[in-house]
Design a protein around this ligand. Sequence first.
Ligand SMILES: Nc1ncnc2c1ncn2[C@@H]1O[C@H](COP(=O)(O)OP(=O)(O)OP(=O)(O)O)[C@@H](O)[C@H]1O
Length: 235
Amino acid sequence: MAELLKVEGLKSGYGEAVVVQGIDLTLEAGQSLALLGRNGTGKTTLMNTLVGVTRRHAGRISLAGQDITNLPAHLRAGAGIGWVPQERNIFKSLTVHENLTAVARPGPWTVERAYEMFPRLAERKSNMGNQLSGGEQQMLAVARALVLNPKLLLLDEPLEGLAPIIVEELLRSIARVVRDEGMSAIIVEQNPRMILPITHTAVVLDRGQVVHRDSSEALLAAPDQLDRWLAVAKA
Ligand SMILES: Nc1ncnc2c1ncn2[C@@H]1O[C@H](COP(=O)(O)OP(=O)(O)OP(=O)(O)O)[C@@H](O)[C@H]1O
């Protein structure tokens, strides 16, 4: 299988502070990776570094064979990174439809397919971003990233703060995207039991370093071990 993402010796943070403390990570094309770890272990900082909005202190990042280490954030979307940050970057004063058409790029994920994936958005085509519920805003944020037709989709805690019924609906859609459609993705999630059933592999971060990597299936099959790995980050 082709290697899509290669991260080598990555160190990054904010100003002088180094949060990501030397990470090596690879992801094959068509695979999805759950990024686990307790609060403050550097998951968001790693995602932000892939997107290019932190200060990089060392290391290299390549995507589909292209070295993007020195590419500014605004050019990384063009290089193939689709990002859904924790704070859901939708345009609140545009309609759902405008949000999608404003960023759509040619590729298999058309606006129509995004509506098929998220029927709630199709029903709210002409609603403004700020008239949507939290769950619908999150669906719109994911749909926007999809219609960019990225090579790699980054989802930062996509389920956070959503009602259980919406969590279920969104998880089903994300599962379709990553498992059935084979979109390569990295998904940050606090609750491993939610995300492991739909991802291929998982890594656990502790204090800015990868402390464990395994198949999602193996981690799900050994819950005690998983709890121990996650507790590392608690100590
Ligand atoms: N903008 C920032 N400026 C300075 N320090 C930051 C900033 N954002 C995060 N940090 C620090 O970086 C460390 C890691 O935070 P990060 O958000 O990457 O962790 P996380 O694993 O994603 O946790 P969470 O699940 O709480 O989002 C924390 O100590 C945090 O205080």
